[in-house]
Design a protein around this ligand. Structure first.
Ligand code: CP3
Length: 354
């Protein structure tokens, strides 16, 4: 209800949750926390549900998506759910023949080499993503005041998978195409920006409370190349939601030199990996954006007193930002003990309570 008691109003749904408020740089009762890859192999209940169902197939089953998305919320008491899907889901819908191979990641049957390969990637519409719409609507109803985060892959990270054919350490083929055939590069990223933008739009229209644009591998580029070859395309994706008041988080790994530019691309929140302390990151990003991060996922394998000290350090460094969402610096590793994650959530809440 909307009744006020003693000046304290009752929670007004996910838009007034600590997570969304922190993204908007508004006062919060405690620092909100969620984990990238919180839904996944660290949870035995996830492994059980996924048994015998391929990753991409599981993303197309709304009831399965619903249950897998809710599992970490129930177990850990995190401040946000993140839709169970994958960055390559809309690319598969666009006709690219790909698979998500366990232990490897996305593998593309016919990697993109030239303009004809780009032309074969079809534009998509909301109708092609009705399974996403259905899952998000059910989840928003289930979650009540807990926000649901939607997400998509940014053009550079998606282009890298499409050009390399799979994961790559150097991104050599990607950069060869970027430098050697810039018209093909820009055509590919333009098409990917439309596809991934449609994926975000469907999630937002179905009720997601925030979105995260994952440019996981953008840290492979210099700032100058990032600004020239990538930023305009990511900016287009983020600008596609400028007519909404949905907070936009922009995240990559190894992006210390890119944090300012990634904010300029149109983010409300910039995600930071574990390499840059949050107080230093805040200086680079500027005072008009919130930050998210940045516990090293490997610290979760350390003894508890080490974890506790790291969590407290990050909360102290994050306090210099105008808004802080606690998270890891990258996704939860499959070997992580889920009980440690639950304990981290409780510690973040207790240690940051105002
Ligand atoms: O964060 C969440 O809990 C939401 C779900 C989510 C998944 N993938 C589920 C998933 C999100 C946000 C992603 C994004 C994603 N996918 C990214 C960006 C984030 C990042 O990690 O940098 C990237 C690069 C991908 C591509 C991808 N998909 C990789 C590298 C892998 C791991 C392959 C492996 O087996 O190690 C996947 C598969 C994947 N996506 C899994 C999950 C839960 C594992 C599938 C399984 O359980 O077998």
């Amino acid at each position: 209800g909307n009744t006020s008691q003693g000046g304290q109003s009752a929670p007004a749904g996910p838009a007034d949750s600590p997570f969304v408020r922190a993204c908007r740089r508004l006062p919060v009762p405690y620092t909100p926390v969620w984990f990238m890859r919180q839904a996944g192999r660290s949870l035995p209940e996830y492994r059980e549900l996924r048994a015998g169902v391929a990753m991409l197939e599981s993303c197309r089953r709304p009831e399965l998506v619903r249950e897998i998305t809710l599992q970490p919320v129930r177990r850990h008491g995190v401040d946000a759910a993140v839709l169970f899907s994958d960055i390559v889901v809309p690319v598969a819908v666009a006709g690219v023949d790909l698979e998500i191979v366990p232990g490897t990641g996305p593998v593309v049957a016919q990697p993109v080499r030239d303009a004809a390969d780009v032309d074969r990637i079809r534009p998509i519409t909301a109708d092609d993503l009705s399974f996403v719409d259905e899952a998000v609507r059910m989840l928003v109803a289930d979650l009540g005041d807990t926000p649901l985060i939607g997400f998509a892959g940014a053009p550079f990270t998606l282009a890298s998978y499409l050009i390399e054919g799979g994961p790559s350490r150097t991104h050599a083929k990607t950069k060869a195409l970027m430098y050697g055939a810039p018209e093909v590069w820009h055509a590919l990223c333009g098409r990917l920006a439309e596809i991934t933008g449609e994926f975000l739009r469907v999630q937002v229209d179905a009720g997601a409370s925030a979105v995260q644009l994952f440019d996981s591998w953008a840290g492979a580029l210099s700032e100058a190349d990032y600004r020239r070859f990538v930023l305009p395309h990511s900016a287009k994706v983020l600008a596609g939601l400028a007519d909404t008041d949905i907070p936009r988080i922009h995240f990559g790994v190894g992006t210390a030199e890119l944090l300012g530019a990634m904010g300029e691309a149109g983010a409300d929140v910039v995600g930071v990996d574990w390499r840059t302390p949050l107080d230093a990151a805040t200086v680079r990003i500027g005072p008009d954006k919130a930050i998210q991060g940045n516990l090293d996922p490997c610290v979760l394998f350390a003894p508890w007193p080490v974890i506790e000290a790291e969590v407290r350090r990050i909360l102290a460094e994050g306090a210099s930002a105008p808004g802080h969402v606690f998270n890891l610096g990258h996704g939860v590793l499959p070997e992580t003990d889920p009980e440690v994650l639950t304990r981290v959530v409780a510690l973040v809440h207790e240690a940051s309570a105002r």
